[in-house]
Design a protein around this ligand. Structure first.
Ligand code: FES
Length: 163
């Protein structure tokens, strides 16, 4: 495999190799698109248009198709997230279980509004649709891992312990 980055590529050779792997991983090339975008989101904490353009070229897809996927799924963002991305469910069960209060608590503890990043880059938080853990409401997600119900105590603990 050629490890030289393409002219104008926003990725390192190692990252390009990962993205290329996703083009052949599944029987149909396009099936690897979500995984490729997931990798980009993890590296850059968001999907930039130039990254989507590169992925589109790699998968032989129109830019708008890739950008459409990147802007449709809530897992992907077009604005950088914090190193630790916190999600608070605001679905009906979680809302009834107190998610509005926990949203206020997240804002007060982290000192930033929803979808903003703390000055040190460590955190961002956002409200999310049903996380499939309605019995644990208000459900809290940290870096794609469910943390059980959000409480003032576990929000303070996260802010202190996550580096
Ligand atoms: S409504 Fe919050 S996890 Fe389902």
């Amino acid at each position: 495999m050629n490890s030289t980055p393409l002219v104008g590529s926003p990725f390192t050779p190692a990252q390009e190799a990962v993205l290329k792997k996703w083009t052949t991983f599944y029987p149909h090339k396009e099936m690897g698109l979500i995984e490729a975008l997931r990798s980009v989101q993890e590296w850059d904490r968001h999907i930039k248009p130039e990254a989507a353009a590169y992925v589109a070229e790699l998968f032989g897809l129109p830019f708008n198709r890739v950008w459409g996927v990147a802007t449709f799924f809530p897992s992907f963002t077009t604005k950088p997230t914090g190193k630790h991305r916190i999600g608070l469910c605001h679905g009906l069960s979680c809302w009834l279980a107190g998610s509005p209060l926990m949203a206020q608590r997240l804002q007060a503890t982290l000192g930033v509004a929803e979808k903003e990043v703390t000055k040190d880059g460590r955190f961002s938080w956002e409200e999310m649709e049903c996380l499939g853990a309605c019995e644990q409401g208000p459900a809290l997600l940290v870096n794609d891992r469910l943390q059980g119900p959000a409480t003032p105590e576990n929000i303070s603990k996260l802010a202190k312990e996550l580096k």
